[in-house]
Structures are given as C-alpha cells and as structure tokens.
Design a binder for this molecule. Structure first.
Ligand SMILES: Cc1cc2nc3c(=O)[nH]c(=O)nc-3n(C[C@H](O)[C@H](O)[C@H](O)COP(=O)(O)O)c2cc1C
Length: 130
C-alpha cells in the first residue's frame, strides 16, 4: 500500500555539510527503496514529504527519526495514496528564495501538478513561514 508521510522537524543552524550529507543519503538510498518526495529547509526547520510502500517508509523513518541532525519531529500527514504526488522526485531538495514574500509563488510553480491539494497547502504555508 502506497503512503504519503509529511513531517516537520527542528534543526537550527544546521551546517551546510550536514545538509549536503542528508541529500547524499537520499541519493544513495531512496531510488533503491522506491522513496520519492521533497525536502525543504528554511534555516531552522525541515519539512519533508516521503512517498513509498509502507515497509520502505518505515525503514527510512526509523533512520530519520533517530538522526541527531534534527529533533522535535512532528507528523503532519500520514495517509494512504492511490498515486505518488512527486513520482519523478527521488528526494527533491527545494531551495527557498531569499525574499519571504516571493516564496509561496516560487514554490507553487515548482510543485508537481499531481500533488494533492491538502499536501500542497501545507507545503506552501510552511514555505511562507518566517
Ligand atoms: C531531515 C532529514 C531527512 C532525511 N531524509 C532521508 C531520506 O529521504 N532518505 C535517506 O536515506 N536518508 C534520509 N536522511 C538521513 C538518515 O537519517 C540517515 O542518516 C541515512 O539514511 C543513513 O544512510 P547512509 O548510511 O546511506 O547515509 C534524512 C535525515 C534528515 C535529518
């Protein structure tokens, strides 16, 4: 059963190398596990959407939830899905534009059209948080 899992976590002042390391882990593991989604970091918090089969999501969430590079993980959505919202993104690292008032529009252009409205709304709201 395909699931979509969306969470936020806290990582104030994460080093650039830490972020790079996280992206490299995604590149190493997500294709093999069939995990797709997106990762946004706003300088203080992560928001990550993970999509995949239940067993694969459990596998990756066990790693992510014990990763010392962030804390305070809070689940926003955990839903069964018929289709992936981001089938082409093994784990897209989304870079937020500098001007906070432009973030929502800029992200809206990038998000895949197949993403359901509820997930899209939460992701866009996160991007606009200061
Ligand atoms: C916010 C955040 C998101 C992460 N997302 C993923 C992910 O999608 N896939 C993954 O394999 N590891 C992810 N990681 C890293 C894992 O916690 C873990 O370090 C990694 O899976 C270890 O695998 P490796 O030994 O191949 O690097 C993430 C870590 C953080 C802090």
């Amino acid at each position: 059963m395909l699931r979509q899992y969306l969470y936020v976590s806290t990582a104030p002042g994460l080093e650039r190398d830490d972020l790079k390391g996280i992206i490299e882990s995604c590149e190493r593991n997500n294709e093999e596990r069939g995990i797709t989604g997106l990762l946004v970091y706003n300088g203080r918090n992560f928001l990550q959407l993970l999509e995949g089969e239940e067993a694969d999501l459990l596998w990756v969430m066990r790693r992510i939830s014990t990763d010392p590079r962030h804390s305070g993980l809070s689940v926003l959505e955990d839903v069964a899905a018929e289709e992936r919202g981001c089938p082409d993104w093994l784990m897209r690292h989304i870079r937020l534009v500098d001007k906070i008032e432009d973030r929502r529009a800029s992200l809206e252009e990038q998000l895949p059209s197949g993403l359901n409205d509820q997930l899209k709304r939460i992701i866009l709201n996160f991007a606009a948080l200061n």
